[in-house]
Design a binder for this molecule. Structure first.
Ligand code: SF4
Ligand code: SF4
Length: 231
Protein backbone atom coordinates (compact mmCIF):
# COMPACT_ATOMS: atom_id res chain seq x y z
CA UNK A 1 0.00 0.00 0.00
CA UNK A 2 1.29 3.47 -0.87
CA UNK A 3 1.88 6.29 1.54
CA UNK A 4 -1.20 7.68 3.21
CA UNK A 5 -1.25 10.87 5.24
CA UNK A 6 -1.73 9.94 8.88
CA UNK A 7 -4.97 11.84 9.04
CA UNK A 8 -6.62 9.81 6.26
CA UNK A 9 -7.69 6.21 5.88
CA UNK A 10 -8.29 4.56 2.52
CA UNK A 11 -11.73 3.05 2.02
CA UNK A 12 -12.71 1.62 -1.35
CA UNK A 13 -10.01 3.72 -3.04
CA UNK A 14 -11.17 6.99 -1.40
CA UNK A 15 -9.01 8.88 1.09
CA UNK A 16 -11.26 9.54 4.07
CA UNK A 17 -10.50 12.13 6.74
CA UNK A 18 -10.03 10.13 9.95
CA UNK A 19 -11.76 12.82 11.98
CA UNK A 20 -15.16 11.70 10.72
CA UNK A 21 -14.63 8.55 12.83
CA UNK A 22 -13.52 10.35 15.97
CA UNK A 23 -15.50 13.62 16.09
CA UNK A 24 -18.99 13.80 17.58
CA UNK A 25 -21.34 15.93 15.53
CA UNK A 26 -24.97 16.87 15.49
CA UNK A 27 -26.64 19.55 13.38
CA UNK A 28 -29.44 20.93 15.55
CA UNK A 29 -30.07 24.68 15.57
CA UNK A 30 -31.77 24.60 19.00
CA UNK A 31 -29.36 22.26 20.74
CA UNK A 32 -26.33 24.03 19.30
CA UNK A 33 -27.85 27.53 19.69
CA UNK A 34 -25.95 28.26 16.50
CA UNK A 35 -28.11 30.87 14.68
CA UNK A 36 -27.11 28.89 11.57
CA UNK A 37 -23.53 30.07 11.92
CA UNK A 38 -22.44 27.87 9.00
CA UNK A 39 -24.46 30.17 6.70
CA UNK A 40 -22.81 33.42 7.71
CA UNK A 41 -20.72 33.64 4.51
CA UNK A 42 -23.50 32.35 2.27
CA UNK A 43 -22.72 29.42 0.01
CA UNK A 44 -21.12 28.76 -3.35
CA UNK A 45 -23.71 28.62 -6.14
CA UNK A 46 -23.31 26.50 -9.27
CA UNK A 47 -24.97 27.03 -12.65
CA UNK A 48 -27.07 23.96 -11.92
CA UNK A 49 -28.21 25.45 -8.59
CA UNK A 50 -29.33 28.63 -10.36
CA UNK A 51 -31.26 26.70 -13.02
CA UNK A 52 -32.95 24.46 -10.46
CA UNK A 53 -33.86 27.11 -7.89
CA UNK A 54 -34.81 30.12 -10.03
CA UNK A 55 -38.27 28.82 -11.08
CA UNK A 56 -39.14 28.45 -7.36
CA UNK A 57 -37.82 31.83 -6.22
CA UNK A 58 -41.15 33.68 -6.08
CA UNK A 59 -42.34 31.23 -3.40
CA UNK A 60 -38.99 30.83 -1.63
CA UNK A 61 -38.62 34.57 -0.98
CA UNK A 62 -42.02 34.62 0.76
CA UNK A 63 -40.24 33.23 3.84
CA UNK A 64 -37.85 36.17 3.97
CA UNK A 65 -38.21 39.46 5.83
CA UNK A 66 -39.39 42.44 3.80
CA UNK A 67 -35.92 44.05 3.66
CA UNK A 68 -34.38 40.94 2.06
CA UNK A 69 -37.24 40.62 -0.43
CA UNK A 70 -36.75 44.24 -1.42
CA UNK A 71 -33.01 43.73 -1.76
CA UNK A 72 -33.47 40.75 -4.07
CA UNK A 73 -36.06 42.61 -6.06
CA UNK A 74 -33.60 45.50 -6.58
CA UNK A 75 -31.08 42.93 -7.81
CA UNK A 76 -33.53 41.77 -10.45
CA UNK A 77 -34.44 38.68 -8.43
CA UNK A 78 -30.95 37.21 -8.66
CA UNK A 79 -29.70 35.52 -5.51
CA UNK A 80 -26.15 35.25 -6.85
CA UNK A 81 -23.94 37.88 -5.25
CA UNK A 82 -21.52 40.17 -7.04
CA UNK A 83 -18.09 39.26 -5.59
CA UNK A 84 -16.79 42.83 -6.09
CA UNK A 85 -19.60 44.25 -3.97
CA UNK A 86 -19.71 41.41 -1.41
CA UNK A 87 -16.07 41.71 -0.43
CA UNK A 88 -16.10 38.04 0.61
CA UNK A 89 -13.12 36.49 -1.11
CA UNK A 90 -13.15 32.71 -1.29
CA UNK A 91 -11.01 31.01 1.31
CA UNK A 92 -8.83 28.12 0.12
CA UNK A 93 -10.94 25.45 1.85
CA UNK A 94 -14.16 26.87 0.43
CA UNK A 95 -12.65 26.76 -3.05
CA UNK A 96 -11.46 23.18 -2.64
CA UNK A 97 -14.87 22.10 -1.35
CA UNK A 98 -16.70 23.18 -4.52
CA UNK A 99 -14.10 23.35 -7.28
CA UNK A 100 -15.46 20.09 -8.76
CA UNK A 101 -18.36 22.12 -10.21
CA UNK A 102 -16.21 24.86 -11.80
CA UNK A 103 -13.51 25.29 -14.41
CA UNK A 104 -11.55 27.69 -12.22
CA UNK A 105 -11.81 29.46 -8.83
CA UNK A 106 -12.51 32.74 -10.67
CA UNK A 107 -15.81 31.30 -11.94
CA UNK A 108 -17.10 30.71 -8.41
CA UNK A 109 -20.01 32.80 -7.14
CA UNK A 110 -21.80 32.89 -3.78
CA UNK A 111 -25.26 33.81 -2.60
CA UNK A 112 -25.72 37.40 -1.47
CA UNK A 113 -24.69 37.99 2.12
CA UNK A 114 -26.79 40.48 4.11
CA UNK A 115 -26.63 41.28 7.82
CA UNK A 116 -23.69 38.91 8.23
CA UNK A 117 -25.57 35.95 6.80
CA UNK A 118 -26.83 34.31 3.63
CA UNK A 119 -29.71 36.17 1.99
CA UNK A 120 -31.84 33.03 2.46
CA UNK A 121 -31.70 33.07 6.27
CA UNK A 122 -34.86 34.18 8.03
CA UNK A 123 -35.63 34.52 11.74
CA UNK A 124 -38.00 32.15 13.51
CA UNK A 125 -38.47 30.52 16.91
CA UNK A 126 -38.36 26.93 18.12
CA UNK A 127 -39.51 25.46 21.41
CA UNK A 128 -36.61 24.29 23.52
CA UNK A 129 -36.99 20.63 24.53
CA UNK A 130 -37.67 20.36 28.25
CA UNK A 131 -38.39 23.98 29.15
CA UNK A 132 -40.65 24.57 26.14
CA UNK A 133 -39.30 28.13 25.98
CA UNK A 134 -39.24 29.88 22.63
CA UNK A 135 -35.67 30.02 21.34
CA UNK A 136 -34.74 32.42 18.50
CA UNK A 137 -33.35 30.53 15.49
CA UNK A 138 -32.47 31.28 11.89
CA UNK A 139 -33.78 29.01 9.17
CA UNK A 140 -32.98 28.62 5.49
CA UNK A 141 -35.86 29.65 3.23
CA UNK A 142 -34.85 27.11 0.57
CA UNK A 143 -34.76 24.29 3.13
CA UNK A 144 -38.14 25.29 4.62
CA UNK A 145 -39.70 25.57 1.16
CA UNK A 146 -38.48 22.09 0.21
CA UNK A 147 -39.57 20.48 3.49
CA UNK A 148 -43.04 22.03 3.45
CA UNK A 149 -43.64 20.68 -0.04
CA UNK A 150 -42.36 17.19 0.77
CA UNK A 151 -39.47 17.61 -1.67
CA UNK A 152 -36.12 15.83 -1.41
CA UNK A 153 -34.18 18.78 0.08
CA UNK A 154 -30.81 17.14 -0.65
CA UNK A 155 -31.61 17.08 -4.35
CA UNK A 156 -33.01 20.62 -4.24
CA UNK A 157 -30.67 22.76 -2.14
CA UNK A 158 -27.29 24.10 -3.21
CA UNK A 159 -24.71 21.29 -3.20
CA UNK A 160 -22.43 23.41 -1.00
CA UNK A 161 -25.04 23.49 1.77
CA UNK A 162 -26.05 19.84 1.48
CA UNK A 163 -22.48 18.58 1.82
CA UNK A 164 -21.48 20.76 4.79
CA UNK A 165 -19.43 20.03 6.87
CA UNK A 166 -18.02 17.42 4.48
CA UNK A 167 -16.68 17.82 0.97
CA UNK A 168 -15.25 15.74 -1.83
CA UNK A 169 -12.37 16.72 -4.08
CA UNK A 170 -9.72 15.19 -6.33
CA UNK A 171 -6.07 15.40 -5.39
CA UNK A 172 -3.19 13.76 -7.27
CA UNK A 173 -5.69 11.58 -9.09
CA UNK A 174 -7.32 10.42 -5.84
CA UNK A 175 -10.79 11.10 -4.49
CA UNK A 176 -10.72 12.66 -1.02
CA UNK A 177 -13.62 12.83 1.45
CA UNK A 178 -12.71 15.54 3.93
CA UNK A 179 -14.06 17.53 6.82
CA UNK A 180 -14.61 21.14 5.81
CA UNK A 181 -13.72 23.67 8.46
CA UNK A 182 -14.75 26.78 6.57
CA UNK A 183 -16.76 28.92 6.84
CA UNK A 184 -15.26 29.97 10.14
CA UNK A 185 -14.83 26.94 12.38
CA UNK A 186 -14.41 29.04 15.52
CA UNK A 187 -17.88 30.53 15.11
CA UNK A 188 -19.65 27.26 14.21
CA UNK A 189 -20.69 25.66 17.52
CA UNK A 190 -21.40 22.16 16.22
CA UNK A 191 -17.77 21.79 15.07
CA UNK A 192 -16.59 22.56 18.58
CA UNK A 193 -19.20 20.83 20.79
CA UNK A 194 -18.29 17.23 21.56
CA UNK A 195 -21.91 16.03 21.57
CA UNK A 196 -23.91 13.69 19.38
CA UNK A 197 -23.01 10.56 17.44
CA UNK A 198 -19.68 10.26 15.66
CA UNK A 199 -19.69 12.05 12.30
CA UNK A 200 -19.59 8.91 10.18
CA UNK A 201 -22.99 8.03 11.67
CA UNK A 202 -24.66 11.44 11.93
CA UNK A 203 -23.48 12.32 8.42
CA UNK A 204 -24.26 8.96 6.81
CA UNK A 205 -26.86 10.62 4.58
CA UNK A 206 -24.33 13.25 3.48
CA UNK A 207 -21.72 10.59 2.70
CA UNK A 208 -24.29 8.71 0.60
CA UNK A 209 -25.24 11.97 -1.14
CA UNK A 210 -21.60 12.68 -2.01
CA UNK A 211 -20.30 9.25 -2.93
CA UNK A 212 -23.29 6.89 -3.12
CA UNK A 213 -24.95 4.47 -0.72
CA UNK A 214 -22.66 1.48 -1.48
CA UNK A 215 -19.66 3.61 -0.48
CA UNK A 216 -21.45 4.90 2.61
CA UNK A 217 -22.11 1.28 3.65
CA UNK A 218 -18.38 0.61 3.46
CA UNK A 219 -17.69 3.68 5.61
CA UNK A 220 -20.29 2.53 8.14
CA UNK A 221 -18.75 -0.97 8.25
CA UNK A 222 -15.26 0.50 8.72
CA UNK A 223 -16.55 2.78 11.48
CA UNK A 224 -18.32 -0.05 13.32
CA UNK A 225 -15.18 -2.19 13.14
CA UNK A 226 -12.62 0.45 14.16
CA UNK A 227 -14.50 3.23 15.94
CA UNK A 228 -17.62 1.73 17.52
CA UNK A 229 -19.91 4.11 19.39
CA UNK A 230 -19.64 3.96 23.15
CA UNK A 231 -23.43 3.97 23.66
S1 SF4 B 1 -24.23 22.71 10.68
FE1 SF4 B 1 -23.90 23.56 12.74
S2 SF4 B 1 -23.94 25.78 12.53
FE2 SF4 B 1 -24.90 24.87 10.69
S3 SF4 B 1 -27.13 24.79 11.15
FE3 SF4 B 1 -26.22 22.80 11.74
S4 SF4 B 1 -25.73 23.04 13.94
FE4 SF4 B 1 -26.01 25.10 13.09
S1 SF4 C 1 -28.84 28.62 1.04
FE1 SF4 C 1 -29.64 28.14 3.06
S2 SF4 C 1 -28.27 26.54 3.93
FE2 SF4 C 1 -27.22 27.54 2.18
S3 SF4 C 1 -25.94 29.14 3.11
FE3 SF4 C 1 -27.91 30.06 2.49
S4 SF4 C 1 -29.22 29.93 4.32
FE4 SF4 C 1 -27.50 28.54 4.60
Amino acid sequence: MGFLPESFVEIDGVLVDRRIFTTPFVCDVVLQNCHSACCHRGCVVTTGDVERLTPHMDDIVRYLPEAKREFLSREGGSFVGDPRRQGTDMRPQETVAMIRFFKSPEDMRCTWVLDDGCVFLYPSTEQAPGSGQAVPVQYCAIHSYALERGMDWKAFKQADCVQYPLCVYRQDGRTVLALQEEPGRAGVPCLNNPIGPLMYRSLAGTIAYLLGEPFNEKVQAYGRAHFPERD
